[in-house]
Design a protein around this ligand. Structure first.
Ligand code: ZN
Length: 110
């Protein structure tokens, strides 16, 4: 049994590769991208790590759909006392709210 630090390192490495794979295939082979996304969630569960911050907005944490897939999510900006971005996964309906500052807003809109 590997040391837990090593397990974590290997898991993070695999997650990075899978996310890159999902990004590359999202348009032409979305089903492959979804499989990769599902694996990412499974790896997180197995290694007992949280999804790295970099990827948290790029994948549905409930169903594993990578948001690299066109049309896989909807983004709305709700403004009020605290402006935030609402990301809805089209596949499972999971809703994620992200507090917005201007830079983040610009990035989310792409
Ligand atoms: Zn989902």
């Amino acid at each position: 049994m590997a040391h837990s630090g090593e397990v974590r390192r290997i898991a993070l490495d695999r997650i990075a590769r899978l996310m890159e794979f999902a990004r590359r295939h999202a348009v032409e082979r979305p089903e492959l991208a979804r499989e990769a996304g599902n694996l990412v969630l499974r790896i997180c569960g197995k290694a007992r790590i949280r999804l790295p911050k970099t990827y948290r907005r790029l994948i549905c944490r409930k169903c594993g759909t990578p948001f690299y897939i066109p049309g896989s999510f909807r983004v709305r900006v709700r403004s009020g006392r605290s402006t935030h971005i609402v990301i809805t996964c089209v596949t499972c309906g999971y809703i994620k709210r992200i507090p917005a500052v201007r830079e983040k807003l610009a990035r989310a809109k792409g």
